[in-house]
Write a protein that binds this ligand. Structure first.
Ligand SMILES: Cc1cc2nc3c(=O)[nH]c(=O)nc-3n(C[C@H](O)[C@H](O)[C@H](O)COP(=O)(O)OP(=O)(O)OC[C@H]3O[C@@H](n4cnc5c(N)ncnc54)[C@H](O)[C@@H]3O)c2cc1C
Length: 389
């Protein structure tokens, strides 16, 4: 089957769903492809609680808000913080159905560009179906960019280590020991959940000081995004110093602080924190135990090594770009696509958002707080381009 559309949205996570709602509002003919909220369902622990509060919703029109969903469920939003992931997934499904968004529930296997055609993008789906589109938005999130330090896994069999995104079910660690590399939110939240699942001993190791367990202040991000909606080149035109200051502030709130409800990690006698040190080598014993040496001389023994080492964008990791002809033409900077005004890449009609837009538009585009700004800025730009053509 071959279909033509004005806009192809790739990804059905928070950014793709929000974008679809806005495209529908603008009467843009669109198709969305992706598995609804797949990353949140499969790559985050079922017991996770969100960092973002009930005020963060996906609706650029502010109709299907999270607070409204909670009200319909008779849940007081003050009692819903921190928000359990199950409740958030309930919200996103209610949002999707309320907005009548029906993603094609599969993957794009290959994306190509042809400059001399009206429908200049050709997407081949895994099923063999083909979509021809005039504009494409890639909202593919974090999943392709897992960061694992190569030097620490050189001596380990695959089954002895995991990235947090691939380790969301913890019953296998019952009565066992594990080492968690990393010292931000996911390291500490994983430690608590793993302990709750019955692990014996957990060691958390990080190079930096342990962040403070205190409330982050995100109040300044919403006005900033509001400025960007009013004036889409606002952030791009800021001086490098101003951008650095904004990203530094984001870092201080997001990375130097941990949610206060994680504080019990510090008091748990079965969780040891090794701060301001690093793992210098890792090996496996004949009995199948992991041995890890730390820079400060300590040595740890465990059954499993978990990397809470975050994500590093490299656009060449996207399999559907690798198989097509786009990567050769796409301008990049340090692994990120170079984006200009309105999130458009160096290929006309191809837009990137979410984590892949953080280099040019700020670190907050890695979080759902930016969904609505992303949808409005990109949606308006595409609607204008369609009306001119
Ligand atoms: C552990 C963890 C906790 C987090 N907690 C929070 C939080 O509390 N609050 C917050 O605001 N943010 C949080 N974030 C960040 C949040 O995950 C991202 O902001 C958000 O998921 C990005 O949304 P997205 O729509 O870009 O992509 P994702 O949610 O990652 O979804 C990706 C989509 O792309 C689809 N896809 C992938 N490949 C293809 C393909 N080839 N073809 C078609 N579709 C494809 C998938 O099926 C999926 O639908 C957290 C991140 C992590 C890792």
């Amino acid at each position: 089957m071959s279909i033509k559309t004005d806009l192809l949205i790739v990804g059905a996570g928070p950014f793709g769903l929000s974008m679809s709602a806005y495209a529908k509002h603008l009467n843009i003919d669109y198709i969305i492809v992706g598995r609804p909220m797949e990353f949140w369902k499969n790559n985050m622990p079922a017991g996770m609680r969100l960092r973002s509060g009930p005020d963060r919703h996906l609706d650029p029109l502010s109709e299907h808000t999270l607070i409204k969903f909670l009200q319909l469920k008779n849940i007081n939003s003050h009692n819903a913080s921190p928000l359990p992931i199950k409740l958030y997934l309930g919200y996103t499904e209610w949002f999707r159905k309320g907005k009548k968004i029906d993603p094609i529930n599969e993957y794009i296997a290959r994306l190509d560009y042809q400059s001399d055609c009206e429908y200049r993008f050709i997407a081949h789906l895994e099923s063999g179906d083909v979509i021809e589109a005039r504009f494409v938005i890639l909202a593919i999130g974090f999943g392709y960019f897992k960061n694992i330090p190569e030097n620490l896994i050189a001596n380990l069999p695959d089954e002895k280590y995991s990235h947090t995104a691939d380790f969301t079910e913890f019953s296998g660690l019952k009565s066992k020991n594990c080492i968690i590399v990393g010292g931000r939110q996911s390291a500490f939240e994983s430690a608590l959940l793993i302990k709750e699942a019955g692990a014996k001993k957990i060691y958390i190791v990080h190079r930096h000081k342990t962040p403070k367990f205190t409330q982050s202040d995100w109040s300044w991000v919403t006005p900033l995004l509001g400025r960007m909606i009013e004036q889409p080149d606002y952030y791009l035109k800021l001086s490098e110093q101003d951008k650095d200051d904004i990203n530094k502030r984001f870092w201080q709130e997001g990375r130097l602080k941990l949610e206060s409800w994680l504080k019990s990690v510090e008091k748990n006698k079965d969780i040891d924190i090794y701060e301001e040190t690093n793992i210098t080598w890792v090996d496996i014993t004949r009995e199948g135990q992991i041995k890890a040496a730390l820079g400060d001389g300590a040595e740890l023994t465990a059954d499993h090594l978990i990397f809470a080492t975050g994500y590093k964008v490299n656009i060449a990791n996207l399999p559907f770009l690798n198989t097509g002809n786009i990567l050769d033409r796409l301008q990049t900077n340090n692994g990120f696509p170079k984006l200009r005004f309105n999130f458009e890449s160096s290929i006309e009609g191809l837009y990137f958002t979410s984590l892949t837009a953080t280099s040019d538009f700020g670190a907050f585009f890695g979080f759902t707080v930016s969904c609505n700004a992303s949808s409005v800025i990109i949606g308006n730009a595409i609607a204008q381009a369609i009306s001119k053509s």
